[in-house]
Every structure is written in structure tokens, then in C-alpha cells.
Design a protein around this ligand. Structure first.
Ligand SMILES: [Zn+2]
Length: 137
């Protein structure tokens, strides 16, 4: 079983896995882009993965890709991260409606970030799945 450490450089290639993850590169060679579309449009192909990596030909599509579960966790994290900048700027108190303004702003930001979050969750799943020796390999 491979070591699960996305912060460590891959011993063979001397590349960092984390920047490759955020630029949505293949978890095996860290070079091939994993999605069919470069950008997020058209939206119906937003999370469509290439069947195989262009560079190393690693199989990328897995029936059990659980990006959805990871996406939920990331969305919750974004909602909490909004508190870090919102609270010092606007303040939140129980005395007025400020908590509702915060929740609305936070939800809008989470929705705007959603296409990116959906993609990054699929990539995170790929990294976890391929690096822990999934059965489809
Ligand atoms: Zn690859």
C-alpha cells in the first residue's frame, strides 16, 4: 500500500503533489490535466473526467468516485471560513439581524465557489483513491 502523504514530494519525480492537486493534475504523474474541459464551461461537462491520463495513461474514471461526499465537507468548511473575514469587517451580534446577513453572504459565496469545489473534490477523491491502491487500477 502506498503512503498517503500529499505534502511529501514524490520520490521518483521530485514534484510536489499539493500544487498538482490544486491545478487538477493527474495524481500519478502530476502532469496530465484530469478534466475534459479546461475551464468550467460548458457546465454539463464540469466534472467530466478524462478516461485516461494523457501523459501516463493512468485510468482516471472510477465508478465509485465519491466526490459528492468530499464536496459536502468542503462546502461546510467554506461556510466556516467566511466567518474569519466577515466577523472582523461587519461584526455579528445576536441583537439584530446580522447573523442572517452573514448566513446569506456565506451561502452566496459557497454557491459561487461550487463549480470549483465540485472539481477539487473529485480530484481529492482521485488522489486518495489512486494513492491508497484502489481496486480499479
Ligand atoms: Zn498521469
Amino acid at each position: 500500500m502506498a503512503k498517503i502523504c500529499i505534502f511529501a514530494p514524490m520520490s521518483t519525480q521530485r514534484k510536489w503533489a499539493l500544487p498538482a492537486l490544486f491545478s487538477m493534475k493527474c495524481p500519478v504523474c502530476l502532469e496530465g490535466f484530469v478534466f475534459v474541459n479546461k475551464g468550467i464551461f460548458p457546465l454539463q461537462n464540469l466534472v467530466k473526467l478524462k478516461p485516461n491520463c494523457d501523459v501516463c495513461h493512468q485510468k482516471l474514471i472510477s465508478e465509485s468516485n465519491n466526490g459528492g461526499g468530499i464536496n459536502y465537507a468542503l462546502t461546510v468548511i467554506v461556510l466556516f471560513l467566511n466567518l474569519i473575514w466577515y466577523y472582523p469587517i461587519f461584526g455579528i451580534t445576536y441583537k439584530d439581524d446580522s447573523i442572517y446577513y452573514f448566513l446569506t453572504t456565506s451561502a452566496i459565496i459557497a454557491i459561487i465557489l461550487q463549480p470549483w469545489l465540485m472539481r477539487i473534490s473529485r480530484v481529492i477523491y482521485l488522489y486518495l483513491y489512486l494513492k491508497t491502491g484502489g481496486k480499479d487500477q
